[in-house]
Design a protein around this ligand. Structure first.
Ligand code: ADP
Ligand code: MG
Length: 259
């Protein structure tokens, strides 16, 4: 956004990754400025989830540099990447149906107590304090997504839109600098998508940087500062929404199919 200083938070240079000889990502370069939202779009199989997985340390890139706050994190493990301030949600969020909203949010907090998250009455004081800290962080995250009043309900009672918000609360538990959302609007009703848009605006106001992977074009077009388009692992376009929307190559590769 215009009122943020133009400093680069995440900078990818020539990132490549193959699976069994198939190039899921081929020399992908782009950067995300602090406090902005960049959306990654492209047809199925374009490499969007792979890119998130490579940034978060689920997969190591086979080549390239991933600079986060000036440090190359390419090939670091998922735990290390998370500890540096990068969090993500999943395309198909794995929430625990038998647990409450709060307990689900707590599973995202780092530094889980050694005695297990739900310590018994005999737990050591240090473990109890740790659990209390995690509980507080989870409550703060739930307040941020507007679900603190539902904290003690079983998650199975929530509609899809709110379950997705719990997934975001879980990711926010670690107080990340960069939040990556993998298809958060998938399957949402219009009013649920609107609530998600408001939340994303709120997170940006709070200074978070967001990398969004999403198929819902009106959603992407209205929210993004910048859009990067992938096709078969290659970046085919990059720019502001207006420019990407009118790019013939993008229309041919992607938007044409969607409309
Ligand atoms: P998108 O998220 O854009 O739909 P993906 O990143 O999931 O695309 O997939 C990009 C390509 O990489 C696809 O051809 C997919 O089959 C392949 N791929 C992704 N992950 C793996 C994996 N773990 N093993 C083998 N192939 C994979
Ligand atoms: Mg995907």
């Amino acid at each position: 956004m215009a009122d943020h200083p133009n400093s680069v938070l995440l900078d990818l240079k020539d990132v490549s990754r193959s699976f069994a000889g198939i190039r899921a990502l081929s020399l992908v370069s782009f950067s995300v400025e602090r406090g902005t939202i960049l959306s990654l779009i492209g047809p199925n199989g374009a490499g969007k989830s792979t890119l998130i997985n490579v940034i978060t340390g689920v997969y190591a890139p086979h080549s390239g540099v991933i600079d986060f706050e000036g440090e190359n994190i390419a090939g670091r493990t998922a735990d290390v990447v998370a500890s540096k301030g990068i969090a993500r949600t999943f395309q198909l969020e794995e929430l625990f149906g038998s647990m409450t909203v709060l307990e689900n949010a707590m599973t995202g907090c780092n530094g889980k107590s050694r005695s297990g998250m739900f310590s018994c009455g005999f737990a050591l004081p240090a473990a109890r304090r740790e659990e209390e800290r995690i509980r507080q962080e989870a409550i703060e995250s739930l307040a941020l997504v507007g679900l603190e009043e539902r904290a003690f309900e079983p998650i199975s009672r929530l509609p899809l839109g709110e379950r997705k918000l719990v997934g975001i609360a879980r990711a926010l538990c670690t107080k990340p600098t960069l939040l990556m959302l993998d298809e958060p609007a998938g399957g949402l009703a219009a009013h649920e998508a609107e609530r998600l848009v408001s939340l994303i605006h709120l997170l940006l106001e709070k200074g978070l940087t967001i990398l969004l992977v999403e198929h819902n074009m009106p959603f992407v077009m209205s929210l993004s500062d910048k859009i990067v388009v992938l096709e078969a692992g290659v970046k085919i376009a990059e720019g502001i929404p207006e420019a990407v929307r009118n790019n013939p190559r993008v229309i041919k590769a992607y938007l044409g199919q969607e409309q």
